[in-house]
Design a protein around this ligand. Structure first.
Ligand SMILES: Cc1ncc(COP(=O)(O)O)c(C=O)c1O
Length: 360
């Protein structure tokens, strides 16, 4: 079957897959999306690259929430645009009231991520509409929209997408990040530009991956439902275990699969801790500094893992924190000696290599 799909495919993706994306928006949100406005991309990352290439020019500005998925600011830099960071509120959402004062004649785009990485914070439908009404093109990154941790559905900006862009992917909702299937939705007037940029960037997204994604989308509700149930169960386990072990959690995510563990007590740098945890304890984590500049006293952990790994992994983390906090109080122990006291795992004895993996 794959033998029929060895040459280039349609630049914007297989028609059947684009129709499947449109069907999703019709069934879930009652929004009639035309397949011409959809481009199948190499994950949400591919969609983000195309969207930014379409909107940003050298010397222009892009508005981001102060705490954000790190690729946003790196991509802005690649396109030689300046980032303007809007503070986040106590609930870690971008401060919608303050946002307008960051808009200038140089603003070329606003980038909104709801639910957000790393906080799992969600903007209301009314807030999405306010942001869409500011007269600036908005890119809404909704990769965690399908994964609420509670019973309330997460709003999408699809209803304002006639004038704006939506990014999404199957990486998170169907847990198939390795397939690299995402999509970009643009206003009708920008379809030609989107197609040109996509053609220049990678001609077309992998056809075998598109075929597999199409197959999975036939069972979308069942697969997403199972994934959602696992994440809810894992989050409950994570909270319970963390509390039992005395670990402080920073966030109350409404969606997605990230937990933020407070590591302020040891007075140590979270970047250094993340490196040590990866190197000596087979735990993947992301330090706070990756997401914003102000606060490097937390680690972001991923609980989209087999449930039994949560307790084992959090115990390992708690042991590490206990040990390092204790040792960091003793000025007598040098970093090198400290490292010697933490026995590295041999390759063969790393059963939880993927535990709390650092999927950014
Ligand atoms: C907010 C956000 N956008 C985009 C992406 C990239 O997703 P993909 O794997 O589909 O490229 C991620 C991945 O972690 C993300 O967290």
């Amino acid at each position: 079957m794959l033998g029929r799909h060895v040459s280039y495919g349609d630049i914007n993706g297989m028609a059947s897959l684009r129709h499947a994306v449109c069907r999703h928006y019709r069934e879930q949100f009652g929004y009639d999306l035309s397949p011409e406005r959809v481009c199948i991309t190499d994950g949400a990352s591919g969609a983000l690259t195309i969207a930014l290439a379409m909107l940003l020019e050298t010397g222009g500005e892009i508005i981001l929430p102060e705490s954000h998925y790190p690729a946003y600011r790196v991509m802005a830099k690649i396109f030689s645009a300046r980032c303007r960071f809007v503070p986040v509120r106590d609930d870690y959402c971008i401060d919608v009231e303050q946002l307008p004062r960051f808009i200038s004649s140089k603003t070329q785009a606003i980038l909104i991520n709801s639910p957000s990485n790393p906080h799992g914070a969600v903007l209301s439908a009314a807030e999405l509409e306010v942001i869409a009404s500011l007269g600036v093109p908005v890119i809404f990154d909704e990769v965690y929209q399908d994964l609420p941790l509670g019973d309330t559905p997460i709003p999408s900006a699809i209803h304002v997408a006639d004038q704006h862009m939506i990014i999404n992917s199957l990486s998170k909702s169907l847990a198939i990040a390795g397939f690299r299937i995402g999509y970009l939705i643009v206003p009708e007037a920008q379809v030609a530009l989107m197609t040109n940029v996509k053609a220049v960037l990678n001609m077309c997204t992998s056809l075998p991956s598109q075929l597999l994604a199409l197959e999975l989308l036939q069972h979308r509700d069942e697969l997403v439902g199972k994934h959602r149930a696992l994440l809810r169960h894992n989050w409950a386990m994570f909270k319970q275990t963390a509390s039992h072990l005395g670990l402080n959690l920073r966030s109350q995510p409404q969606a997605g699969f990230f937990a933020l563990v407070d590591v302020a007590d040891g007075g140590r740098d979270a970047m250094q801790m993340a490196l040590e945890l990866a190197q000596y304890h087979a735990i993947g984590s992301v330090p706070g500094i990756d997401f914003q500049q102000r606060d490097n006293a937390f680690l972001r952990l991923n609980f989209a893992c087999p449930t039994p790994q949560i307790e084992a992994g959090l115990k390992r983390l708690a042991n590490y924190l206990e040990q390092t906090e204790c040792l960091s109080r003793s000025k007598l122990v040098s970093l090198n000696r400290r490292r010697d006291t933490v026995k590295p795992f041999s390759k063969a004895s790393r059963p939880m290599k993927h535990f709390l993996g650092a999927v950014t």
